[in-house]
Ligand binder design. Sequence first.
Ligand SMILES: NC(=O)c1ccc[n+]([C@@H]2O[C@H](COP(=O)([O-])OP(=O)(O)OC[C@H]3O[C@@H](n4cnc5c(N)ncnc54)[C@H](O)[C@@H]3O)[C@@H](O)[C@H]2O)c1
Length: 385
Amino acid sequence: MRKKIKVAIAGIGNCASALIQGIEYYNSNGGENTPNTDFKIKESAYHSSADNAVNSSSSTENHIGLTSYNIGGYEPRDIEFVAAFDVADTKVGKDLSEAIFASPNNAIKIVDVPHFDVKVQKGDVLDGVGKHFSEKVNISDNQTIDIAKVLRDTNADVLVNYLPVGSRTATRNYAEKCLESGVAFINAIPVFIASDTNWQNRFIEKNIPCAGDDVMSQLGATVVHKTLAKLWVDRGVIIDETYQLNVGGDMDFYNMLDEDRLEDKRVSKTSAVKAMVPYDIPMRIGPSDYVSFLKNDKVCYIYMKGRFFGKVPLELDLKLRVPDAYNSSGVMIDALRASKIALDRNISGPLESISAYCFKHPPVQMPYSQAKSNFIDFVNGKRDR
Ligand SMILES: NC(=O)c1ccc[n+]([C@@H]2O[C@H](COP(=O)([O-])OP(=O)(O)OC[C@H]3O[C@@H](n4cnc5c(N)ncnc54)[C@H](O)[C@@H]3O)[C@@H](O)[C@H]2O)c1
């Protein structure tokens, strides 16, 4: 019998859809079918990195898109969804396998998902639904469920928080329910829990691990921008100014039209790049607009201006277009497996290596290469957290 990772999800939006479909995709056909997307995966684009000690010998073409097929003995097939919470009337009451395709979700479909026998239950709304969100989503009339009880009854190991940006109270509420029920908390959104000292202490006191905050996409704006900034600094190029503008056409971007909900997202994204530059520079980083026809695609524009040898000026302009939800799930599948390893080892509080590797606003910021190396050391038992 393989050991399972029992996962509960709060917020059955595009990210949940991509994570669930992705796991089914690797489980059902080993990734042999071509996804229904313009962004075809080319065999040549994949190579398993020699430095990746967590990558087992089972790296094959079928595992394209995963950083590691096997992490500490855990494979994608070991992830099992046991509970789901949302508030939208299109999702609450439905089986999770249907809810992930319900409106207004618009992540692309890559696979048929079997019936899970996991009904989406209604969580506390609190500040989860903002003014823009409420234009497109009606709140379900169903009774609010006792979340801590569901987490206990389903024996969930981990709860993943995928709420809309700006859901500070609702996120804290799910974190509280994890503390109450003894379930690990993974925070995919820019509300500060794993990176906040008070919350860290509360998770330590209850002997429960937490990871976060704000998932860093597999090949998204943040990891590209922070890596470029580090490269410029390492190569002796002075950065004089930089911006990163992002547009998209999903509910995440529609919700972020509300500037009042955006503050934490700007802080999270900016801090990741700022940590790579050892001096202050003008920097503007964050979500920039909603473009409906982009659907779940996100387009990012990175601009950097600086000076190199002889103080001669140079500029860089980069455009990156990605299906946004799938960009986050390749990382979440690693965060889930590593968090389960922490549970197996009875490690509590903020998981520093996992958070630095998988999230934009971790308890400790570090360059990507360092974060990856620490993550591998953690999985291999050479680091405590
Ligand atoms: N690459 C990425 O997509 C990426 C990267 C980093 C962070 N994130 C963050 O992850 C989060 C999820 O992204 P998404 O694209 O799935 O968003 P989404 O808008 O598609 O989904 C959010 C879901 O949360 C539900 N919800 C609202 N209030 C709730 C409550 N109180 N309880 C339970 N459910 C509630 C909504 O009904 C919706 O189904 C966002 O905050 C986003 O910024 C995503």
